[in-house]
Design a protein around this ligand. Structure first.
Ligand SMILES: NC(=O)c1ccc[n+]([C@@H]2O[C@H](COP(=O)([O-])OP(=O)(O)OC[C@H]3O[C@@H](n4cnc5c(N)ncnc54)[C@H](OP(=O)(O)O)[C@@H]3O)[C@@H](O)[C@H]2O)c1
Length: 310
């Protein structure tokens, strides 16, 4: 497994992360097999959110109850979770009280004294950056959170937070797969009047994160679009699957690995956040971090996914 030192954090992290959004209904044994398969494949980093599950903290609790981590097992894992989305609603809440309350809930559910990384889940239009800074200072001083980051934030939103927050913002988790890649595709087709792909939907978040040493984390790496099922084996993406299958044969890896490799090949040094609950798919996907696609192969997948290379 390819690993790297996360800028802004003293953490050695894998290029592939295990997301645990979909484990609420899984048994202890299923969760254990899933997580242990990931760890055996070099994925010692898990992604949670207070929101995941039918009720708050349900997936965090499911994970902790199934794993019953010893202190040394806990220490060996990087545990990341998120806060800031309120239900019912939904609405967003970056208030001091909510951030602290959410973290306490996550710590209790996860059965741990500290979070390695806390992300602000989705931008709060009513954010008061000084209030976020106060919350982060309190959590950091209490030893409850070691590192902080964001998710689904634009460069301007990150800048606004960075103006007040004293700790480095180490990660920005955004939706990214070869089929859902506006963060990359708009720049490739910059300023083309008649092409929808040319619309910049995030103000250049990839370049911004590279410039500021913020690790991009790709969520839904297998979903065609927004939670509408995977593109692998999907007849709507026949051309893409033909290319993926050929590359899988060439590199002697499963198709999932090629989907992952398309993201890890990008020089921004991104992390891929898997959501599968199938251990064999975790194993397959993990192999992608060690496949280095050529430039022409990377662009061939990009074109086959429907993007324009002008
Ligand atoms: N920051 C955010 O706003 C945000 C939003 C959404 C998700 N996330 C994070 O990102 C993680 C991944 O999201 P996701 O679950 O939507 O991503 P995903 O990995 O693209 O999708 C996984 C889903 O696709 C299914 N699937 C079917 N065929 C597959 C194949 N060949 N390979 C892989 N998966 C296949 C999986 O089913 P099986 O389980 O049956 O294999 C699972 O339901 C989540 O766990 C969460 O941690 C973050």
């Amino acid at each position: 497994m390819k690993t790297f030192t996360m800028p802004g954090a003293d953490l050695q992290v894998p290029a592939v992360v295990l997301g645990l959004m979909r484990i609420a209904e899984k048994s202890d044994e299923e969760v254990r097999t899933l997580v242990r398969t990931a760890i055996d494949a070099g994925i010692d980093f898990v992604d949670h959110a207070d929101l995941y599950g039918p009720t708050y903290h349900a997936c965090e609790r499911r994970f902790a109850e199934a794993m019953r981590l010893t202190p040394s097992e806990r220490e060996a894992l990087t545990i990341q979770t998120k806060c800031g989305i309120r239900q019912p609603g939904p609405y967003f809440d970056f208030s001091y009280e909510h951030i602290l309350e959410s973290v306490d809930g996550s710590l209790a559910a996860l059965g741990t004294d500290y979070l390695d990384i806390l992300l602000l889940h989705r931008p709060d239009a009513l954010v008061e950056p000084d209030e976020v800074a106060r919350a982060f200072d309190a959590l950091h001083a209490a030893g409850k959170v070691r590192h902080f980051g964001v998710s689904n934030h634009t460069p301007g939103q990150v800048e606004l937070l960075r103006h007040s927050v004293r700790q480095p913002l180490v990660a920005n988790q955004i939706q990214l797969s070869v089929t859902h890649a506006p963060a990359i595709a708009s720049g490739v087709a910059m300023n083309m009047g008649d092409l929808d792909q040319s619309i910049d939907r995030d103000n250049g978040i990839v370049d911004y994160c590279r410039l500021h040493g913020i690790t991009l984390q790709a969520w839904s790496p297998f979903q065609a679009r927004f939670f509408d099922g995977p593109f692998l084996g999907n007849p709507r993406y026949a051309e893409l699957n033909t290319v993926i299958d050929r590359l899988a044969w060439k590199y002697e890896v499963p198709a999932e690995a090629i989907a992952v490799a398309w993201i890890t090949r990008h020089p921004a040094q991104m992390q891929v956040v898997l959501g599968t609950t199938t251990p064999a798919r975790v194993e397959a996907a993990a192999r992608g971090a060690d496949v280095h696609l050529s430039r022409s192969e990377w662009y061939e997948m990009f074109r086959a996914a429907g993007h324009t290379v002008p």
